[in-house]
Design a protein around this ligand. Structure first.
Ligand code: HEC
Ligand code: HEC
Length: 263
């Protein structure tokens, strides 16, 4: 790597670090209740750091695996959360955006933060400040292993010599991190109980407010009105979403260092 590139990387890194330290985000005072608004933005900032930052970047300007929200058209067209909240609640699982179960208050706080960030980015256009790829190499593998077996609870579902053996040969770098944070395209199991009491199991194929659909073991698609049946969905991979608020940046870097040894 050339010196210029190194300097650029160092600058990106410093920008990210100094941003992380100064979490007080200024908003343009609104005519109604500036106090309430900045309170919301502060709470939203901490929720964002816990749940969203490692994909969308600390400042929402784009991260390792998530797009820049400060330049998103959807965010620009959002009014008080009318667009953003649906994306956050439903996710876009096939595209790497997980669904979140958050309270209305949490979502409004997040929305306030995202809009504050958008405002800030419009006032001070300064380019993307995502996490550098070099960050992937900064963790401590031994600490990552300990987290895997202990606090992280990963061993409940995974084994480094079983399902995860060779994972670092199958995926590299950001792809690997993406698999670790939020594996996509994983089929969910569903059990439907018919009014007669008969139970059917298969993979979840469709679900909205009104209709639930599954594919049975013969590959047949079947669906019912949600009100007519009872159903339960089993999706162990959801554990990954539940883990988001628990990870610190160090946990993620350490885990990555460890997972990268599973070649
Ligand atoms: C595991 C990574 C990941 C996490 C965690 C994550 N996102 Fe996303 N998000 C994505 C990806 C990838 C997309 C782009 C999906 C697509 O291409 O349609 C996205 C899209 C979005 C969009 C739509 C942007 C647009 O222009 O269409 C919003 C809004 C959003 N995310 C908000 C959030 C919020 C708020 C959180 C935290 C509660 C969050 N995301 C957590 C990965 C993530
Ligand atoms: C409740 C169970 C559960 C827990 C706990 C869990 N995972 Fe997972 N994980 C899954 C499932 C299910 C998948 C999807 C496997 C698949 O692709 O078929 C998965 C996928 C992965 C993958 C990608 C595997 C692949 O082959 O693409 C990695 C890496 C991973 N998890 C790491 C972790 C780490 C690290 C932790 C702890 C911080 C963790 N998981 C905690 C259930 C779990």
């Amino acid at each position: 790597m050339g010196k210029v590139q190194l300097l650029a990387l160092a600058a990106t890194f410093l920008a990210a670090v100094s941003y992380g330290r100064s979490q007080a985000i200024q908003t343009t005072p609104s005519s109604s209740s500036p106090g309430l608004q900045s309170q919301q933005v502060k709470k939203g900032a901490s929720l964002f750091q816990q749940n969203c930052a490692f994909c969308h970047g600390r400042d929402a300007a784009g991260g390792e695996t998530g797009p820049d929200l400060t330049r998103s058209r959807l965010v620009a067209q959002d009014f008080s959360g009318d667009k953003i909240s649906a994306v956050v609640r439903n996710g876009r699982p096939e595209k790497g955006m997980p669904p979140f179960t958050l309270s209305d208050t949490d979502i409004s706080d997040l929305v306030a933060f995202i809009h504050a960030r958008r405002m800030e980015a419009t006032l001070h256009p300064g380019g993307r400040r995502g996490v550098a790829v070099a960050d992937l190499q900064t963790g401590n593998a031994a600490a990552g292993k300990q987290y895997f077996q202990g606090a992280g609870g990963c061993s409940k579902c995974h084994s480094p010599t079983g399902d995860l053996a060779g994972i670092a040969s199958r995926y590299k770098g950001l792809r690997l991190e993406e698999r670790m944070l939020y594996p996509r395209g994983v089929k969910k199991r569903i059990t439907v109980t018919l009014p007669s009491g008969k139970k059917l199991t298969g993979t979840l194929a469709y679900l909205d407010e009104f209709t639930v659909g599954m594919r049975d073991s013969d590959g047949m698609y079947r669906s019912w009105p949600t009100r007519a049946v009872r159903y339960s969905i089993d999706s162990p991979v959801d554990a990954h979403v539940a883990l988001f608020p628990k990870y610190t940046d160090d946990d993620i870097h350490n885990l990555m260092a460890y997972i990268q040894t599973l070649k």
